[in-house]
Write a protein that binds this ligand. Structure first.
Ligand code: HEM
Length: 484
């Protein structure tokens, strides 16, 4: 038998018996000196790691990004440096509210996270399948999750909590409209688009800044499930998204997405009619049309789910030269949240886990910490400045200064802003049957909430479009005379 098939302890000693614990005589009590038993049970007790606070259920795959169109006028990011250039990547798709064992085919937004292993470090684009979000202030993010996850007393998901919170935030209506629309339950991860959602920045070789939004359009076509189809599917298969992605890649049917960007010159931000850093709004496609960039293909399944998918760590703070942040305060909040969550979930050295490690040379000077396994920089000096020129900072990569202004304060983003025009426009883009699906999906979801909350939602919808509010009211069986 080859050595790789022989069982040893973690310390390498042969395991003599993996069927019977050591006892004093055939009927006797177990002996504490059966150290293989001790090791096996204590490792088992520690197999489960904390799940992600949201986006806990997910599927991942490796792939390649290939540049098809030149955008070097906007960015010097090496990933986009020439047409034909290929960059390895790892993607993870998720549902958001459900726990690690939740069914896939739920009405929920989907995470769309991609880690590009670029020549100048990892670029993580941690987006969703929707171009907007429920919130525009990161202070409300824990509340959102407490509202959509389980009730603290009943331990059940609660339509009341969910809709009580959503309907109290006018800025959430755009995302609610998408979530309740016929696109609210993707048929699979292959059949949905992905969006960076936030506004990011591009910096070109001349150190000019542009604002940018990222859009991945599925080449498989958008396909979605109705509530009834999802219900039947979940009854048969709770892992429908995982199965679809895994099996299609195994079959050699590699899913692909075309990457587009919307680009806004830096100075335009002060001139457009809306706040381009508001995550609850989309940019006009007429003013900022989609520019094609390249193709993302997923072509390899992970060998081990825990090692590669569960331990993957995506972080919006991971950007590379040529790609930067923006004043979007949701994005700013996320720059803190992910690394912090991952230090708790995976440990301070999670960047050494192979799926997370850059594929280019890297010389970060953090040292020590639990689970340091890479030699810890050996005897290299651990301070800077030093007389060896070690750990030299790289000022050539500095971004151009960004002009910001304003007095510090807790500015109320609901004052003087318009949260109804865009959901109203989206509603009017829908065909009558799509509008009816929106009414019916909303009624099924909102039906379990108290009437006062239903009326609050109807009032919000009426502001977006009278037909939207009336349609939801009718689907809920609420008479027109009762609505505002
Ligand atoms: C996961 C926080 C908004 C997309 C997570 C995680 C945290 C978090 C702590 C778990 C990270 C981990 O354990 O690895 C936040 C906060 C937000 C926010 C504080 C708002 C201030 C958003 C938005 C998007 C998004 C707006 C999309 C545009 C994702 C995705 C994942 C995730 C896709 C899963 C990443 C993976 O597959 O591992 N978020 N999030 N989040 N978030 Fe957010």
């Amino acid at each position: 038998m080859s050595d790789s098939k022989k069982l040893t302890t973690a310390a390498g000693a042969p395991v003599v018996d993996n069927q019977n614990v050591m006892t004093a005589g055939p009927r006797g009590p177990q002996l504490l000196q059966d150290v293989w038993f001790l090791e096996k049970l204590s490792h088992f007790n520690r197999e489960v790691i904390p799940e992600r606070r949201m986006h806990a259920k997910g599927s991942g795959a490796y792939g390649t990004f290939t540049v098809t169109h030149d955008i070097t006028r906007f960015t010097c990011a090496r990933i986009f440096s020439e047409v034909g250039k290929k960059t390895e990547l790892f993607a993870r798709f998720t549902t958001v509210a459900g726990e690690r064992g939740a069914a896939d085919a739920e009405r929920d937004i989907r995470g769309f996270a991609v880690k590009f292993y670029t020549d100048e470090g990892n670029w993580d684009l941690v987006g969703n399948n929707t171009p907007v979000f429920f919130l525009r202030d990161p202070l409300k993010f824990p509340d959102l999750n407490h509202a959509v996850k389980r009730d603290p007393r009943t331990n059940m998901r609660s339509a009341k909590n969910n809709w009580d919170f959503w309907t109290s935030l006018p800025e959430a209506l755009h995302q609610i409209t998408i979530t309740m629309s016929e696109r609210g339950i993707p048929a699979s991860y292959r059949h949905m688009n992905g969006y960076g959602s936030h506004t990011f920045s591009f910096i070109n070789a001349q150190k000019e800044r542009f604002w940018v939004k990222f859009h991945f359009k599925t080449q498989q076509g958008i396909q979605c499930l109705t509530d009834a189809e999802a219900e039947t599917l979940i009854g048969k298969d709770r892992e429908s998204h995982q199965r679809d992605l895994y099996e299609s890649i195994e079959r050699g049917e590699w899913p692909r997405w075309t990457l587009f960007v919307q680009v806004m010159p830096e100075a335009d931000a002060n001139q457009v009619a809306y706040n381009p850093f508001d995550l609850t709004k989309v940019w006009s496609h007429r003013d900022y049309p989609l520019i094609e960039v390249g193709v993302m293909e997923l072509n390899r399944n992970p060998e081990n789910f825990h090692a590669e998918v569960e331990q993957s760590a995506f972080n919006p703070a991971n950007v590379v030269p040529g790609i930067g942040f923006s004043p979007d305060k949701m994005l700013q909040g996320r720059l803190f949240a992910y690394g912090d969550a991952q230090r708790y979930r995976l440990g301070v050295n999670h960047h050494q886990i192979p799926v997370n490690a850059p594929r280019c040379p890297f010389h970060s000077y953090h040292r020590d910490g639990q689970m340091r396994v890479d030699g810890n920089h050996g005897g290299i000096l651990g301070y800077e400045p030093n007389d060896q020129g070690q750990w030299a900072q790289q000022p050539a990569y500095a971004e151009p200064p960004l002009a910001i202004q304003g007095a510090a304060g807790h500015w109320d983003h609901r004052v003087d802003d318009d949260y109804y025009s865009q959901p109203g426009a989206l509603f009017r883009l829908m065909s009558p049957s799509q509008q009816q699906a929106l009414f019916d999906n909303t009624a099924r979801s909102l039906g379990g909430a108290p009437k006062a909350i239903q009326l609050r939602h109807i009032a919000n919808c009426l502001k977006a479009d009278p037909a939207y509010g009336k349609g939801v009211a009718k689907a809920l069986g609420i008479a027109e005379g009762e609505i505002a």
